[in-house]
Design a protein around this ligand. Sequence first.
Ligand code: SF4
Length: 325
Amino acid sequence: MNKKRIGFTTSLPVEVLYAAGHFPIDLNNIFLTQDSSKHIHDAELKGFPRSLCSWIKGNFSASLASNLDEVIGIVEGDCSNASSLLEMIKEEGLSTYPFGFPASRDYDDLNREISKLEEYYGVTRAMSQEAKVRLDEIRVKLIELDRLSYEEHKVTGAENHIWLVNSSDFQGDPDKYEKELDEFLREARQREPFPVQIRLGFVGVPPIFRNLYESISELGGEVIFNEVQRQFAMPHLEKDLVMQYLVYTYPYSVNERMADIKEQIKKRKLDAIIGYTQSFCHLQIDHLLFKKHLKLPFLNLEGEMPEELDSRTILRLESFFEVHG
Ligand code: SF4
């Protein structure tokens, strides 16, 4: 069988791609590990506007630079720019497939979308379910890693972020990912708990800043809840594939996300929220509602380019922790 390298623009039922024997690649994760500033520049040379989210430009260039056979764009339930991005990728000669999380959040509608994806890649539901059983063995370990963050304080916010964000594609090799995760968990369990002065939740898409978590720790806070990254790790362990992607909050309305965040605020006894938004992103509007309804001190940070935190943002974090620490 021809093993394809398949890029995708945000979390999707990756079980289908593994069941088909392919190599899934989350374009967001590789964009940041490649020459990300060059990727943005290259996309602008192709005509992408300056006033467009950097992740879109990064995903475009990463698609072309990663020797892919195909790109799946999540055209419903993620980004308002996704359909246009997919058209631009197709224009460059790459094969594309549009996948959508129906806004209805209805079982039958999502079932149809997943079945179409399965048909396209030549797998049955039984095969996808079998892949899910395998991936869930790893997801159980990620739930434990997350618990080590908020209960035992042995995993930092930065480590939590990186493990959970990479579970969208398991870095293309679940066995290797699991082996490294096992080693990490063994080492983390033996650590002394670190002091946590301000218990923070991080709400929003993964940050483009390179050193955000480290800076927060240095300034006296610690992120013990990464909202979207935790969703990527599918922590509910629903037995049924369709149900798993129905309880996944990120693709649906702000209300599903709000309910999940409120539950975790209680469970993790959070003191404050760092809201992160990307410049030129429509999700900034949802953050107005988070700020209004979450009933905790809320600091919104906005990032644009893949870079270290600027001094103004560091000062804003410092004053926020002074007031709420
Ligand atoms: S940050 Fe916002 S605009 Fe950028 S890719 Fe994500 S959803 Fe789209």
